[in-house]
Design a protein around this ligand. Structure first.
Ligand code: SME
Length: 137
């Protein structure tokens, strides 16, 4: 019988596949709500290590999505005042919330070194990815 991989391993594989196959997906990771605390905690990711392993609700692009429950597409990160910089090479970002039974439990976060690369097709695609992820959590 084949050994099934853990949720963490499967999420890491998804990050690796997205990063390897979409040239403008330079950092790909999942954040999840951290128990009952009003904060996000970094889960599996691919790309440069980040100091921001905990993000309070409301802070940065990620923290805003934790409270808005809406997609957040940022064509130019330098134009955002509530933004947490992880790397000086990052030009743009997309964050798509992840729902389980209608509850916002986390998000997929993608940084790009390309300015303004994200389209509605990225939103629809990443919503689909998150729907599949919700099914394995
Ligand atoms: N830029 C994010 C922080 C997470 S890093 O992109 C990995 C934000 O503003 O919330």
């Amino acid at each position: 019988t084949q050994k099934s991989s853990s949720v963490e391993e499967r999420l890491l594989q998804i990050c690796q596949l997205l990063n390897a196959n979409i040239d403008y997906y330079d950092w790909v990771g999942f954040y999840f709500k951290n128990g009952d605390k009003p904060e996000l905690k970094l889960g599996p990711y691919v790309g440069e290590p980040t100091d921001h392993t905990i993000i309070p609700f409301g802070k940065g692009i990620c923290g805003q999505v934790a409270v808005s429950n809406e997609n957040f597409v940022v064509p130019d990160v330098q134009a955002q005042d509530n933004y947490i910089a992880c790397s000086i090479t990052v030009k743009s970002e997309i964050v798509i919330p992840l729902f389980v039974n209608g509850e916002n439990v986390g998000q997929i976060d993608i940084d790009s070194n390309t300015p303004d690369p994200f389209t509605e097709a990225d939103e629809r695609f990443l919503e689909f990815v998150n729907e599949k992820v919700a099914g394995i959590l």
